[in-house]
Design a binder for this molecule. Structure first.
Ligand code: ADP
Length: 317
C-alpha cells in the first residue's frame, strides 16, 4: 500500500503509488517519486505528469520533482504469455543466449512452475549449489540459470499451492546474480496470483508478451499485457511466434495459425511489435536437444539477434 503523502497530488491520481513524499513550502511543492522499472523516456513522462498535476493546484507556483534512482543491479525482463504452449520458454532461452552473444552478462530465471523447461532448452542437468542459503546459478550456453526444475523433480512443481510456489520463486530471484546485466524471467503462463506476486517481488524493468497469431491466443496475450500494466511494468513489446511455415520439402509457405494478428493487436493495444518467428521443425528439434538456435549463426540465430536488439532498444526507451 502506498504511504499517505498529504500534498497537492491526490491519491486518486494514477501516478500516486509512485509518490514517496510531497512537501509544500510557500508556493513550492517538492515531490519525490520512485521511477524503478521505468525507461528514461517513461521517467521523463512521469516527471512531467507529476509537475503538471501539482501546478494545476491554484496555490502551487513552482513544482520540483525528484525521481529516485532506478534499482541497482541486474535488470529483470519478464517474458509472459496468457497461456501455455506458445513458445514463451523457447523464446526466453534464445533471447538470453542472443543477449549474451551481444556482449551482455545474462541470467535466466525459469519460474514456469507448470513446465520448467529451461534446463532442457539450455542443455544442462547440473544442480545449483547454495552458499549461506543463497542459490548459485549454473552456467550453460553462456548464460547463468536457476530453474524451478532444478529444485524439484519433473511434474512436482505443478502440485504446489500458491504460497509454496511463491516461496520457491523468491529463492530463484534472490539467487547470487552478482555481475549480471540482464535476467530473463520465464514466467508461468497465465495471469494468476503466482504471476502477480512474482512480478511484485521481482519488479521487472520491462516485460515481453509472446503470442501465436490466432485470435484466441491474442485475447490471452491482451490479458497478460493488462497484468503488466496494472503492476506498472513497462511492456517492451509483443513477439509473434509460430507465424507462417515453410515446408522443408517443397519450400511452399503457409500460415497454419494465421499471420500478422499479433502485430495488429500490438498496434491496437499501443505496445511495440518486436517481431515474429516462423514455425520451424529445426528450431523445435534443436531446442529439444538443448542446442539453442540463437547460439548459432544461421537464419534462426540472426532472427533471435534481431529480436534481442529490438528488446534492448525498447528497454532504453
Ligand atoms: P511455452 O513456454 O509457451 O509453454 P514452449 O517454449 O515450451 O512454450 O514451446 C512449446 C513447444 O513448441 C515446444 O515443443 C517448442 O519446441 C515448440 N516451439 C516453440 N516455438 C516454436 C517454433 N517457432 N517452431 C516450432 N516449434 C516451436
Amino acid at each position: 500500500m502506498p504511504r499517505m503523502t498529504p500534498g497537492p497530488i491526490p491519491d486518486s491520481h494514477p501516478d500516486f503509488t509512485r509518490i514517496r513524499s510531497q512537501k509544500l513550502s510557500g508556493g513550492t511543492v517538492t515531490i519525490v517519486a520512485d521511477a524503478s522499472g521505468l525507461s528514461a523516456s517513461e521517467s521523463r513522462d512521469l516527471e512531467q505528469r507529476l509537475k503538471a498535476a501539482a501546478l494545476a493546484m491554484p496555490y502551487v507556483q513552482e513544482a520540483r520533482v525528484a525521481l529516485t534512482a532506478a534499482k541497482r543491479g541486474p535488470k529483470l525482463i519478464a517474458i509472459g504469455s496468457g497461456k501455455g504452449g506458445v513458445g514463451k520458454s523457447t523464446l526466453s532461452a534464445n533471447l538470453a543466449v542472443a543477449l549474451a552473444r551481444l556482449g551482455h552478462k545474462v541470467g535466466v530465471i525459469d519460474a514456469d512452475i507448470y513446465g520448467p523447461s529451461q534446463p532442457t532448452l539450455l542443455g544442462t542437468t547440473e544442480k545449483p549449489m547454495a552458499e549461506d542459503k543463497q542459490l548459485i546459478p549454473v552456467e550453460a550456453n553462456g548464460v547463468k540459470l536457476l530453474s524451478v526444475g532444478q529444485l524439484v523433480s519433473a511434474g512436482h512443481a505443478l502440485a504446489w499451492r500458491g504460497p509454496m510456489a511463491s516461496g520457491a520463486l523468491t529463492q530463484l530471484v534472490e539467487g547470487d546474480w552478482k555481475g549480471t546485466d540482464f535476467i530473463i524471467v520465464d514466467l508461468p503462463p497465465g495471469t494468476g496470483d503466482v504471476q502477480l506476486s512474482l512480478i511484485q517481488k521481482s519488479r521487472p524493468a520491462g516485460a515481453v508478451v509472446v503470442s501465436t497469431p490466432q485470435d484466441l491466443s491474442l485475447i490471452d496475450a491482451t490479458r497478460a499485457i493488462d497484468l503488466f500494466r496494472k503492476t506498472d511494468v513497462p511492456v517492451l513489446g509483443i513477439i509473434e511466434n509460430m507465424a507462417g511455415y515453410q515446408c522443408p520439402h517443397c519450400g511452399e509457405s503457409s500460415d497454419p495459425f494465421g499471420s500478422g494478428g499479433a502485430e495488429a493487436a500490438a498496434a491496437q493495444l499501443g505496445v511495440p511489435f518486436l517481431g515474429r518467428l516462423p514455425l520451424s521443425a529445426s528450431l523445435r528439434e534443436a531446442s529439444d536437444a538443448g542446442r539453442p538456435p540463437a547460439a548459432e549463426d544461421g537464419p534462426a540465430g540472426r532472427a533471435f539477434r534481431d529480436l534481442a536488439e529490438r528488446l534492448l532498444s525498447a528497454l532504453d526507451g
